[in-house]
Write a protein that binds this ligand. Structure first.
Ligand code: ADP
Ligand code: MG
Length: 698
């Protein structure tokens, strides 16, 4: 390590330490109030903060500043302005005002808005989110901001995320008050575990499919895949170690708490997990992590693939969203407490999550729905598309006992009476065994495991926060009016368990029996693909809930549904065209070249000796020639579908056509090309094989 880590950590962040040391006590207090209590920031204060931020940034070598935001494309956006301004003597001075800190107007008319922004008012504006610290990246001071239209509609992922956190804060505080606790705020925390692939840059550049779409659209299976399980937690290869060291250093400088890293199940697959932080900060940090992973990989001659399914037949990459709620004093509301009374509070918050996940299964499902993630969910490598909760045997037994007023067979055999009996401590071991569940309780947090590796974690946390806020609101409404708080609390918890236990499932989520039971017996939804899931965003119950908690306006919901489906359609459309291109420009001509060699060899050999049979040459030639005919037919089919796609105007219909027609045709075409790959010589194959892609980084 080149530098001392505590010194390095956060050195590029205008964080609390910097604010405290550089700002006057008054200014610091006023900014703190804005950060903690959402108080409005005085323009005079903003000017002072901006000047201090500029000085700090310039000292660190920054020349530019940018409002850094998260438009609905899912990646981050920035437009750089330099600090320089002309001084009266004709030279330049470095300037940055409070106004520039607080508000920006990027010319952002090309970002997707789903019809929210008419072109005449195309200039949305960005507004500083003081709860996420400013940082320096590539000589640029980056100010985390929200992005809105002039009519106030959110055009980004941060705005609704902040609103959802506020909604949850509002309701959770009401509940805590009933338990006699006045807290400043309740915030959700997230620790996202991020999976990714690293492959050699030279190999990557030879694959048009990876370059254009981030995943391989063709590729026969290599002789060795992940079947030996020798990669998972295996020794990290030197080139990867060098990458990880470099990556950690970059992330630490930005105050990102990169903590664990290890090899994952598939060859060339790895994982990085940070220490958890407040949800909006964790979201900003995860976006940055993904960006920096890609940048650092290039420095090491590699490419970092964040696609959910870069290689067919090999596990894809996901992201685990570890989520909990905590008060300003750091008390985790999902941690079973020490006293019976605290246990009752824990159970109520637990019920709120259970109810939220059951009532809004569809919202959670669609929050992770993308063309890429559709390849993983339900494919026995990631949770099924059916959302359910894993609680573990112990907690399940307790809930059962409460529901049935039956004795709980814990350390002592007692009938669980809330507020009277203590809960046992749930050890990690009891709660973390089942890896097939999409939503698992892991001791003091829930882990939502259905996210795709490239997803912004904003989306699922918006839905999760909003849905939990809704359960909490219903509980608060009822309990605030209760005649006997403890009795009513007990009753409420019992009723919630009865009503929502269908969402609880500790068994194997990968089995076919589960699909049958979940859908036929329990009536859970099984939204297999993005076109199946996304339109449910517009369901009345969802629109009502999201608007009631002021997380989205109805217009914003419509625009988001439109944008997400449009994104799906565009993604698959590009994939389809890339396939056509590769088949016509690379595969067919290469196979032809090989056929020519085989034919020439056969005729030459036969002219030399009438006794040679040329069985190998002739049979290979015959099958390959047959395959080229199939490939031609299939590519024409696909071309036709891609042409038909142009006739659709409605994105819901278009996405349905993609699911039912385009994707199966792509699959079919691929099958023939992959068979041809197995028959051709490696030197005649126009792109590197799976084996080379997966095993070339050492
Ligand atoms: P795993 O075994 O799944 O790798 P870990 O316990 O290592 O799980 O933690 C995974 C992630 O969960 C880490 O990012 C960690 O910081 C985060 N985490 C731990 N406690 C909490 C919590 N209370 N709230 C949110 N995230 C948490
Ligand atoms: Mg995990």
């Amino acid at each position: 390590m080149k530098q001392n880590i505590p010194e390095l950590f956060g050195s590029m962040v205008f964080d609390d330490r910097v604010m405290r040391s550089r700002l006057s006590a008054d200014v610091y207090e006023s900014l703190r109030k804005t950060i903690e209590e959402n108080a409005k920031l005085d323009t005079k204060v903003a000017d002072v903060v901006a000047a201090e931020m500029r000085d700090w940034a310039v000292e660190k070598g920054a020349t530019h500043f940018t409002h850094w935001f998260q438009p609905l494309t899912g990646v981050t956006a920035e437009k750089h302005d330099s600090f320089i301004s002309v001084s009266p003597d004709g030279g330049v001075i470095m300037e940055f005002s409070g106004k520039e800190l607080i508000k920006g107007e990027p010319d952002a008319s090309s970002f997707p808005s789903g019809g929210l922004r008419a072109t005449f008012e195309a200039r949305g504006y960005t507004a500083w989110d003081p709860t996420s610290y400013a940082f320096i990246k590539d000589h640029t001071l980056c100010i985390p901001t929200a992005f809105c239209s002039y009519s106030g509609d959110a055009l980004d992922k941060k705005t609704p995320l902040l609103r959802s956190m506020e909604a949850l804060n509002r309701q959770a505080k009401r509940i805590l008050k009933l338990f006699g606790k006045e807290v400043k705020y309740v915030r959700t925390s997230v620790g996202p575990e991020q999976e990714y692939f690293l492959i050699d840059k030279e190999m990557f550049e030879k694959r048009p499919d990876l370059v254009y779409t981030g995943r391989t659209l063709f590729g026969a299976m290599p002789p060795k895949g992940q079947e030996m399980d020798d990669h998972y937690f295996g020794v990290i290869k030197p080139r990867v170690t060098a990458f990880m060291e470099d990556l950690n250093e970059e992330l630490w400088k930005l105050g990102i708490l990169a903590k664990t890293e290890h090899n994952e199940v598939a060859p060339a697959q790895h994982e990085l997990a940070p220490i958890y932080s407040t949800t909006n900060v964790a979201t900003d940090n995860n976006q940055l992590t993904m960006e920096i992973m890609q940048k650092v990989a290039k420095r090491h001659g590699m490419v970092c693939l964040l696609h959910e399914k870069p290689f067919a037949g090999v596990n894809g990459s996901g992201k685990h969203n570890n989520w909990s709620m905590a008060t300003d004093t750091g008390s985790n509301l999902l941690s079973p407490g020490e006293t019976p009374y605290e246990n009752a509070q824990f159970l109520l918050f637990l019920c709120a999550v259970i109810q939220a996940v059951d009532d809004y299964q569809d919202l959670l499902r669609l929050s992770v729905a993308t063309a890429g993630n559709d390849h993983r969910l339900g494919a026995n490598e990631a949770p099924p598309a059916i959302i359910s909760i894993f609680l573990g045997d112990e907690l399940s037994a307790i809930l059962d006992a409460i529901k049935n007023d039956a004795p709980y067979e814990g350390t002592e055999k007692v009938i669980m009476k809330l507020g009277v009996h203590s809960l046992p401590r749930f050890s990690r071991d009891n709660t973390d065994r089942n890896r097939t569940s999409p939503f698992a309780f892991t001791g003091n947090k829930f882990e939502f495991r259905s996210l795709g590796s490239s997803n912004s974690i904003a989306c699922c946390n918006i839905m999760l926060n909003a849905a939990v806020a809704e359960s909490l609101k219903q509980y608060a409404d009822r309990l605030e009016a209760a005649a006997d708080f403890e009795d009513d609390l007990h009753q409420l918890i019992k009723e919630t368990i009865e009503k929502h236990e269908r969402i609880l499932f500790n068994g194997n989520g990968y089995g076919d029996e589960w699909v049958k039971e979940a859908t036929e017996v329990r009536g859970l939804s099984n939204l297999k693909t993005t076109p199946d899931a996304m339109p449910h965003l517009l369901d009345r119950k969802n629109v009502d809930m999201l608007t009631a908690h002021k997380v989205f306006t109805e217009t914003e919901i419509h625009s988001r549904c439109e944008i997400m489906l449009d994104n799906y359609c565009k993604t698959v459309n590009i994939e389809g065209h890339t396939m056509v291109d590769m088949v016509r420009k690379n595969y067919l001509p290469s196979i032809e070249e090989y056929l020519f060699r085989l034919a020439r060899t056969t005729s030459m050999m036969k002219s030399v000796s009438p006794h040679v049979k040329c069985n190998y040459e002739i049979s290979t030639m015959e099958r390959l020639s047959e395959l080229t005919d199939y490939i031609l037919e299939r590519v024409k089919d696909l071309e036709k579908s891609l042409e038909d796609l142009k006739g659709y105007e409605d994105v819901i219909e278009m996405s349905g056509f993609i699911r039912d027609d385009v994707l199966p045709k792509m699959e079919h075409l691929r099958k023939h090309v992959d068979e041809a790959e197995m028959l051709c010589s490696e030197q005649d194959w126009p792109v590197p094989s799976y084996g080379k892609l997966l095993f070339s980084v050492n």
